[in-house]
Design a protein around this ligand. Structure first.
Ligand SMILES: [Zn+2]
Length: 358
């Protein structure tokens, strides 16, 4: 019997230069929204086709239409934001800023289901959809508060937008809905006591409280140390401080960056202690930060290593992160991203073949 190990990508694929240029022109007011979206649609079509050509059993739109980045697609066009919110500092010294909410009420400008609707029509195989976590959006609320719009009301508004977005993605037939929780690991740098992280996990669970166990089988959460211009924001945070709290999230799928870890065995050993029935852990076997393409043999060995700690029926493989979470991040080429994904598919199959023989 051939055993199968599910394998999925995390999210972003570097956008074609034409789309990057179009977005910059759009931001300068030199291109209208409809033309930008037409170019994004063309990039999405090509991305899905190329993902399918790698043999991926499940694809996504490669976030071609999340123009600003993985976190802010739901904010595009909002008029109640200022650009000077929370600063995220990366290991090479560069920063990204979250926006700051200037007045209420907070509403999503668009949900990720909008992208899923398009990609479902373009794909031949199952399609997954990544959505942003309510916890990163919660960071938009300013420390000093907002007149006539309490933090409590803001949180209520985020959670209802978030749950409705997931609900729509599930109704559209998403293979998986993956909550991007990159700020989970980062939160331990901002607050080493772990209180901020616990609050974030509680918030995510609160947002998911209305979903059934059957729906949760299709819900997942992704953690990584950040990946932008080949730099990370929290790779130095120890998994022993993150994973026990992260695994409290009430979903059935966990997508955990591992290929870039200094000591993957240590991470896997921690995961082993946190496994519970009914969950699957997708282990990162491809490092998007590293421009070198992994060989399928290396991927195979990483899968076999993971199997020493995670039972076969609870294991999956994935990339450590998206390849270009922000539109202007061109540190990894589109070609390399597809080659790396191909190596993940082949390497995962090679591991299955080893198991089949044994
Ligand atoms: Zn990530």
């Amino acid at each position: 019997m051939v055993m199968t190990i599910p394998t999925e990508n995390i999210g972003s694929i570097p956008r074609p230069q034409k789309l990057v240029d179009a977005y910059l022109r759009f931001k300068r007011g030199q291109l209208d929204r409809a033309s930008l979206e037409e170019i994004a649609l063309e990039a999405t079509r090509e991305t899905i086709q190329r993902l399918e050509e790698t043999g991926s059993p499940c694809v996504s739109d490669g976030e071609q239409s999340k123009f600003d980045g993985f976190a802010s697609y739901c904010l595009h066009g909002a008029t109640n934001l200022a650009p000077d919110g929370v600063e995220i500092v990366f290991s090479d010294g560069h920063s990204r800023f979250l926006p700051r909410l200037t007045r209420g009420p907070f509403r999503y400008q668009q949900g990720a289901d909008r992208f899923l609707e398009i990609s479902r029509k373009l794909a031949q195989v199952p399609v997954k959809q990544a959505v942003i976590s309510p916890s990163v959006i919660s960071l938009l609320y300013p420390q000093g508060g907002i007149e006539n719009y309490s933090r409590g009301q803001f949180i209520k508004d985020i959670l209802s937008e978030h749950a409705a977005e997931i609900e729509r993605c599930l109704s559209l037939g998403a293979h998986k809905v993956q909550i991007d929780f990159t700020e989970g690991r980062l939160s331990l740098k901002l607050d080493p006591s772990g209180e901020l992280l616990q609050g974030m996990v509680d918030l995510i669970n609160q947002g998911l409280s209305g979903f059934t166990d059957v729906q949760r089988q299709r819900l997942g959460v992704h953690t990584c140390p950040g990946s932008d211009r080949d730099a990370t924001h929290s790779a130095d945070v120890d998994y022993k401080d993150l994973l026990p709290t992260l695994f409290r999230i009430n979903v059935a799928n966990f997508y955990i960056a591992m290929a870039h870890e200094k000591d993957p065995e240590k991470g896997l050993r921690i995961i082993k202690t946190l496994l519970r029935p009914g969950i699957r852990v997708f282990i990162g076997v491809i490092d998007p930060i590293n421009p070198e393409v992994e060989s399928p043999e290396l991927v195979r060995d990483r899968v076999l290593q993971a199997l020493r700690f995670i039972p076969l029926d609870q294991l999956g493989t994935c990339d450590d992160c998206g390849f270009s979470p922000f539109v202007d991040d061109v540190s990894t080429s589109r070609e390399i991203a597809f080659e790396k994904i191909r190596a993940r598919i082949i390497g995962t199959k090679m591991a299955e073949a080893v198991l089949d023989k044994s």
